[in-house]
Design a protein around this ligand. Structure first.
Ligand SMILES: [Zn+2]
Length: 250
C-alpha cells in the first residue's frame, strides 16, 4: 500500500532539479544538513536559493555577546558559506531568533517566495522528527510544508498578487526517516569548508564533533553499490502532505 501511494505520486530525482529553495531556520542549518548536496546540485547547473528565517542572534554561549552584532555576523556567514557551495540568491526574513510562533503567517511569506522564484524542489529541516526540540526548526518545517501545498492555490495568501505555482517536491533534511539518498563523496570537503565559514558557531571542538557525527551517518546511508558517502532526505510530493495517512511510511 505504502509503495503504491509513493508510486502514485512519485517524486522526480533531486539531481534533475533546475531550481531549489533551501530553507534554514538559522544561518548554518543548510550547510550542516545538506551542504554537499547543495554543492552537487550547483555543480550540475541548478539555481540555488537560500532562505534564512531567523537572525540567529541567540547562537552564543557568551553572556557578554552583543546580540545585534552577532545577528549581523551570522548573516555574513550565511552568505559566505552559501556562496562557497554555489548558492546565488540569498533571502532573509530576519525574525528574531527563538521568537517564531506562527507557522501560518510564516507560510504565507514562504508561499509568496515560492510563487516568485518558481523553484521545483524546496528543502527544509524535518519538523516531524520525534525528538526535535528546537521550536524554530519545528515551526519553520511546518510553515514550509504548508507553503508547499498552499502555493498552488489561486489565493494563498488571500490578497496575493502572485500566480499559483506547484513545486515538484519537498525534501526534508535532518530527517530520521529518509527515503532518498544522494551520493556526495566528491562534495564532502566543500560541505566541511562551508561549515567552517560559521566561525561564530565553532567554539571548542564543535566542528570535530559535527564532522565525525556526519561522516558516520553518511557512511551508514551509503547503501547502494559504488556509494561511499550519501546524504539522506525524506522526499514527498505536495499531494502526500495532506490527508495521506501512509506518508510517514513512504
Ligand atoms: Zn538551526
Amino acid at each position: 500500500m505504502d509503495q503504491m501511494i509513493y508510486n502514485l505520486f512519485k517524486a522526480p530525482l533531486i539531481t534533475e532539479a533546475k531550481c531549489v529553495l533551501c530553507v534554514q531556520p538559522h544561518s548554518d542549518d543548510n550547510e550542516i544538513g545538506m551542504g554537499a548536496t547543495i554543492k552537487k546540485l550547483a555543480t550540475m547547473g541548478c539555481d540555488i536559493h537560500y532562505l534564512t528565517v531567523t537572525d540567529g542572534r541567540l547562537g552564543t554561549n557568551d553572556p557578554s555577546q552583543n546580540l545585534d552584532k552577532l545577528a549581523k555576523i551570522r548573516r555574513e556567514e550565511a552568505i559566505a558559506a552559501g556562496t562557497l557551495l554555489g548558492a546565488k540568491h540569498f533571502h532573509f526574513f530576519d525574525y528574531k531568533d527563538g521568537t517564531l510562533e506562527n507557522p501560518r503567517e510564516l507560510s504565507y511569506k514562504i508561499s509568496e517566495l515560492i510563487r516568485t522564484i518558481h523553484c521545483d524542489f524546496v528543502f527544509v529541516c524535518d519538523p516531524y522528527n520525534k525528538y526535535e526540540a528546537h521550536l524554530d526548526h519545528i515551526i519553520v518545517g511546518q510553515a514550509v510544508s504548508q507553503a508547499v501545498i498552499g502555493s498552488s492555490l489561486a489565493y494563498y495568501p488571500e490578497n496575493t498578487k502572485t500566480k499559483p505555482f506547484e513545486v515538484s517536491a519537498i525534501a526534508y533534511y535532518f530527517t530520521n526517516i529518509p527515503n532518498t539518498y544522494v551520493e556526495i563523496s566528491d562534495y564532502i570537503e566543500d560541505q566541511f569548508a562551508a561549515i567552517k565559514m560559521h566561525k561564530s558557531q565553532l567554539t571548542g571542538n564543535v566542528f570535530e564533533l559535527f564532522k565525525s557525527y556526519l561522516l558516520n551517518q553518511y557512511q551508514s546511508y551509503a547503501i547502494e553499490e559504488d556509494s561511499k558517502l550519501a546524504q539522506g532526505f525524506k522526499i514527498l510530493r505536495p499531494l502526500h502532505l495532506h490527508c495521506i495517512t501512509e506518508a510517514n511510511n513512504i
